[in-house]
Design a protein around this ligand. Structure first.
Ligand SMILES: Nc1ncnc2c1ncn2[C@@H]1O[C@H](COP(=O)(O)OP(=O)(O)O)[C@@H](O)[C@H]1O
Ligand SMILES: [Mg+2]
Length: 331
């Protein structure tokens, strides 16, 4: 996207905090997260397992249930704040204007009904279509994402399909209402590499066809390079770095981002599954003081264990929450 193109802001998340009360303590799964999404762009949310990516997605979709969860902050979609929106109103948004592609396709379908019937249910719940038109639109959608023999697929049950096919049907289900935003939560993790590539291509197609926006969630930076416009890196409930995709790969600044990139290259080189970065994501009810990454950070200094770093902006559109960027820093 160039500067000349008019940008339309479609979603603004401000100071989002999603906490869970548990017997072990309060889990601060998402802790003061802010970001925005423009129409037609693909925003990638990246980080190791347990960093709060899914909880962020579920918060946007109103799927986090209180109690024991508590959602604070603002999620502005169009001109409405979705935080605290009654379920009755959320139902008009979820699945219609904002839809989700889940990691495990089986969980999105009821094994007792044909996929056609389930697609029909979504279509008719949100669109002013009669049976005939709804079916036509569904078949068209299946065709548009290159599903072979869509009429035959329509009458099949979930268990009659491969995981990859079901994943594609789930994408069709998310598309049927031409949503403004699709949130794809690790949509390729359970798939083999060839099908992963197909699914990524489909998502790119749909983005250009519908000019929909995508929040693409993944722990794998490799898939991000191909599909995203901007990348936000999450660690322990916080966004630690935000950057345009090319800039993030060319000049990562946060030591956590660098670690993710280095371990990715190393894994590709050795062809084996190595841990990303030494150590583990701390459990969400016992985050350390100061910067949450400091116990694993090769560049940490005393201050890092004491005070949480603010967001610095070393280049326009590139922000980093790290004390390394403090002015006058001589490291
Ligand atoms: N319903 C819940 N109750 C308590 N803790 C939860 C709940 N859902 C998620 N969490 C915790 O929130 C943190 C973030 O989880 P999640 O967003 O699923 O991570 P990610 O998607 O990045 O792997 C984890 O520590 C997880 O255990
Ligand atoms: Mg997740």
């Amino acid at each position: 996207m160039t500067g000349a193109v008019e940008r339309e802001r479609i979603l603004t998340v401000r100071n989002l905090k999603t906490y869970f009360r548990t017997p072990e303590g309060v889990v601060r799964a998402v802790d003061d997260v802010s970001f925005h999404l423009d129409r037609g762009e693909v925003l990638a949310l990246v980080g190791e397992s347990g960093c709060g990516k899914s909880v962020t997605a579920h918060s946007i979709l109103g799927l986090v249930k209180a109690p024991p969860a508590k959602v604070d902050g603002e999620i502005v979609f169009g001109d409405r704040n979705l935080v605290g929106l009654p379920e009755k109103e959320y139902r008009h948004i979820r699945g219609k204007q904002i839809s989700m592609i889940f990691q495990e396709p089986m969980s999105a379908f009821d094994p007792l009904y044909t996929v056609g019937r389930q697609l029909m249910e979504v279509a008719k719940a949100h669109m002013p279509w009669g049976d005939g038109e709804a079916k036509e639109r569904i078949i068209d959608t299946l065709k548009s994402i290159h599903i072979p023999e869509p009429d035959k697929r329509y009458d099949e049950y979930p268990h009659e399909m491969s995981g990859g096919m079901l994943q594609r049907i789930m994408i069709a289900m998310a598309l049927i209402t031409s949503p403004d935003i699709i949130i794809a939560d690790e949509p390729t993790t359970a798939l083999d590499v060839t099908i992963q590539a197909q699914v990524l291509n489909l998502m790119q197609d749909l983005q250009s066809q519908y000019r929909g926006s995508i929040i693409f969630i993944t722990h794998d930076l490799g898939t991000v390079a191909e599909i995203a416009d901007r990348v936000h890196v999450m660690y322990a409930g916080k966004i630690v770095e935000k950057a345009p995709v090319a800039e993030l790969f060319a000049s990562p600044i946060h030591p956590y981002t660098s670690g993710l990139l280095t371990s990715r290259v190393r894994r590709e080189y050795k062809g084996q599954d190595l841990p990303y970065i030494e150590g583990y994501v701390p459990r969400a009810y016992e985050f350390p003081e100061g910067c949450r990454f400091h116990p694993r950070c090769p560049k940490a200094v005393a201050k890092c264990s004491e005070v949480q770093p603010p967001e610095f902006e070393p280049a326009p559109g590139h922000t980093v929450a790290c004390w390394l960027l403090e002015e006058g820093d001589d490291r």
